[in-house]
Design a protein around this ligand. Structure first.
Ligand code: FES
Ligand code: FES
Length: 124
């Protein structure tokens, strides 16, 4: 039921881990199932220089987290904010309909980490 790309990113997820003193941090939970994603961003001049994540969730949640970190690395934050769960699912050659809700975790995690970065920036 999963594409080869989903299986690849689930078996060998990219950018797993954490970053000490991140410029942006987000932690989101999926209301539908209780799975959780944490995301850490290193940002320089509004560009994402490093990204790490930890997802406690199902195969689709881990694969979409992994793919989404690759899609935002070295991108301006404005662009990363616009990444949709649909675009991530497409980059993985699709997800089963029942697993689409899992991809929302990565979209919301990235948005929440960027919002954290922006609110810190406003204060400084
Ligand atoms: Fe979380 Fe799917 S319910 S693993
Ligand atoms: Fe919970 Fe996939 S079933 S994120």
């Amino acid at each position: 039921m999963y594409s080869e790309k989903v299986i690849d990113h689930f078996s060998n997820p990219r950018n797993v881990g954490k970053i000490e003193n991140p410029d942006g941090y987000g932690k989101v939970g999926n209301a539908a199932c209780g799975d959780v994603m944490e995301i850490f961003l290193k940002i320089e001049e509004d560009k994402i220089k490093d990204v790490k994540f930890r997802t406690f969730g199902c195969a689709a949640a881990i694969a979409t987290s992994s793919m989404s970190t690759e899609m935002i690395l070295n991108k301006p934050v404005e662009e990363a904010l616009k990444l949709t769960n649909k675009a991530v699912a497409e980059a993985l050659d699709g997800l089963p309909a029942k697993k689409m809700h899992c991809s929302v975790l990565a979209e919301e995690g990235i948005q929440s980490a960027i919002e954290d970065y922006m609110s810190k920036k406003d204060k400084s």
